[in-house]
Write a protein that binds this ligand. Structure first.
Ligand code: ZN
Length: 113
């Protein structure tokens, strides 16, 4: 984003984004809890809402978010239950067992967050 734009929205935007980040964190924690309890529909719903907040406030989702969420079929993924993980040449490959889509995350690359 350009500097000019950042200044235009100023502190208010920063604050909104901070709150949005907080809400995303809470929703993802709730999703995890529900998924572990076997309530997959609720887990899907919470992750969906978290993603929606992220899009609404232009907040980047936490690193690795796409490893636990399938963008294609909007499903919360639990390793070995509805997704598989594989390490391939410096990348983590996640496959959604519901729709079969792949997501690859390079590892060893430093990024903020
Ligand atoms: Zn899927």
């Amino acid at each position: 984003m350009s500097r000019k734009k950042a200044r235009r929205f100023g502190k208010k935007k920063e604050m909104r984004q901070r709150i949005a980040k907080e809400r995303i964190k809470i929703l993802l924690a709730m999703a995890e809890e529900q998924a572990l309890a076997g309530e997959m529909e609720l887990a899907d719903r919470y992750t969906f809402l978290a993603r929606k907040i992220g899009m609404r406030y232009q907040v980047r989702m936490p690193r690795g978010f796409n490893l636990i969420f399938c963008r294609k079929c909007l499903t919360y993924l639990v390793p070995s239950r509805n997704s598989t993980f594989r390490m391939t040449g410096g990348r983590i490959t996640r496959q959604c067992l519901k729709c079969g889509s792949y997501y690859r995350l390079p590892i060893g690359v430093k990024r903020e967050q």
